[in-house]
Design a protein. Structure first.
Length: 509
């Protein structure tokens, strides 16, 4: 490293930058004067982040030794913020294998520290008795500690921050159910931690002495039951007092479906969260403060963490969400440029409409689709499709949006994900609902002369096997109602929006 590079601060490799914590850690590292390199399977998902121009992005996968070795070159601190949860029955082995690859590459590259964020484990419970989720997190920590590279393992329980899965679960359960019949785990003691304290510890860990290689517990100042958390959330949010009735019959599996029914968090993600709440998760030490001192006001208390998170939600200032990372098992193939890609079929549904509004008015409507704004046609059909997706283990329609007005590549949008966005011209969404094939929805705006524009819409489906073909033909009779209505209503909404803006600009006489 030459003098200029040393003056610029250590180079940090961040894996999981498309996820909830990783996407927030990158700007914190930059603010601390560090140089950042991000390892991502799909670098395009990072393109629209505000900090994208200040980091180096390399394509790779933590399971691929060659790409990890290349990403580790000249790295001082490597952050491991990925996991294989939900990728299949063998996710624990996948996690272990990826951690061994990462640790080995860090050692070979001369990385001076690895930092890993895992889960807080209960005292007195053998690891084999833990939930698969917690057991895998613990094993990854052990593997990295044995890698031969000084390692910091940070262990947190429930992370409270705008957009975190734990916060969204707590928020929707409390807001939607004034009277709740709840599982036994609502009585379990938990030590939640504010996301800003987690980020502070992650950044501070980069400067730990070389002779420190161990795990640290992370927690806020409050130890609460989940019931306490719901009651205190209601108080902070200004809601009436909730009535909570614990019952003994809700297993973790049933609990996850109950959470999936009430909240936007799908059962596949709710299950590891609820399983982790079966045992008491309370910090046994606060040694992290020796190396990352707490400034005044930290660690942040539960009520203040909720207050800060709610303010971010209400001000549309949520930078990352639990759904920022791709859904495990969801298709990631980009839209093919060849309609006869791989010799297969590609079904399409084309719609267009002339719009009595300029392109910018039409684009505002296109970029605002989904979430609270809906999909501009037959709401019952969209809701039913979302419910059917949840019944078969999909994400459903209720993930909503990160931001009510602006989208960026990689954002989740209900049961879609933004695959491509050319602001002012094109929005392409890739389906993440459970389907017997791959599906996309494209919406585009183009000028049409004299202050008008043209809206073009294209739904595409690449079937997988006979079931895929049968699926397309079974739903195609409804396309005129769903997709045709969507095109007409988007055109009307754009025209109405343009008219309203014109009237607002007219002088009052």
């Amino acid at each position: 490293m030459n003098g200029d590079e040393a003056a610029a601060g250590p180079r940090c490799l961040v894996t999981g930058a498309t996820g909830y914590i990783g996407g927030r850690l990158v700007p914190e590292l930059l603010a601390a004067g560090h140089r950042v390199r991000c390892l991502a399977r799909s670098p395009g998902k990072l393109r629209d982040h505000p900090w994208a121009g200040d980091v180096e992005v390399v394509r790779g996968d933590v399971r691929d030794a060659a790409s990890v070795a290349a990403a580790m070159r000249d790295v001082d601190v490597a952050y491991y913020l990925v996991h294989a949860l939900g990728t299949g029955r063998d996710f624990e082995e996948t996690d272990s294998r990826a951690a061994r690859v990462f640790g080995g590459a860090a050692r070979a590259a001369g990385v001076r520290r690895v930092v890993y964020l895992g889960g807080l484990t209960p005292a007195g419970v053998p690891e084999h008795a833990l939930s698969p989720h917690l057991r895998s997190r613990a094993e990854v920590g052990h593997i990295l500690l044995r890698s031969g590279v000084p390692t910091t393992v940070l262990r947190a329980a429930v992370i409270i921050g705008s957009g975190s899965a734990s916060f969204e679960m707590l928020r929707y359960l409390t807001e939607r159910l004034p009277v709740m019949v709840t599982p036994r785990w609502v009585r379990t003691r938990i030590q939640p931690v504010a996301v800003r304290d987690v980020l502070r510890a992650l950044v501070g860990s980069a400067g730990m002495p070389a002779d420190v290689s161990r795990a640290f517990d992370l927690g806020g100042p409050d130890v609460l039951t989940y019931r306490d958390m719901m009651m205190r959330y209601a108080a902070v949010a200004g809601l009436p007092r909730r009535v909570i009735l614990p019952v003994p019959v809700l297993t973790p599996r049933l609990s996850s479906h109950w959470v999936g029914l009430v909240t936007p968090v799908p059962a596949s993600l709710a299950r590891p969260l609820t399983e982790s709440l079966r045992h008491e998760v309370v910090c046994r030490e606060r040694d992290i403060t020796r190396y990352v001192p707490s400034p005044p006001g930290h660690p942040v208390g539960f009520d203040e963490a909720v207050r800060l998170a709610l303010r971010r939600v209400r001000e549309a200032g949520v930078s990352t969400r639990w759904s920022s990372a791709s859904v495990p098992g969801a298709p990631s193939d980009p839209l093919p440029t060849d309609p006869d890609w791989a010799g297969g079929s590609l079904y399409t549904d084309h719609r267009q409409a002339r719009v009595d509004a300029p392109v910018d008015a039409l684009w505002r409507v296109i970029e605002g689709v989904g979430g609270e704004n809906g999909w501009y046609s037959f709401p019952l059909a969209w809701a039913l499709r979302g419910w059917l997706d949840r019944l078969v283990g999909g994400v459903g329609l209720r993930r909503g949006r990160r931001d009510a007005q602006r989208l960026r590549a990689g954002d989740s949008l209900d049961f879609w994900r933004v695959e491509e966005i050319e602001r002012g011209r094109l929005l392409r969404l890739r389906a993440e609902m459970r389907l017997p094939g791959l599906a996309w929805l494209e919406m585009s705006a183009e000028p049409d002369g004299a202050g008008r524009s043209r809206y073009r819409q294209r739904a595409l489906f690449h079937p997988r096997g006979l079931l895929g073909h049968a699926y397309w033909w079974s739903v195609s009779p409804f396309h005129a109602l769903v997709f045709g209505g969507m095109a007409r209503n988007i055109a009307r909404a754009a025209a109405g929006s343009a008219l309203t803006r014109t009237e607002e600009r007219l002088p009052v006489r």
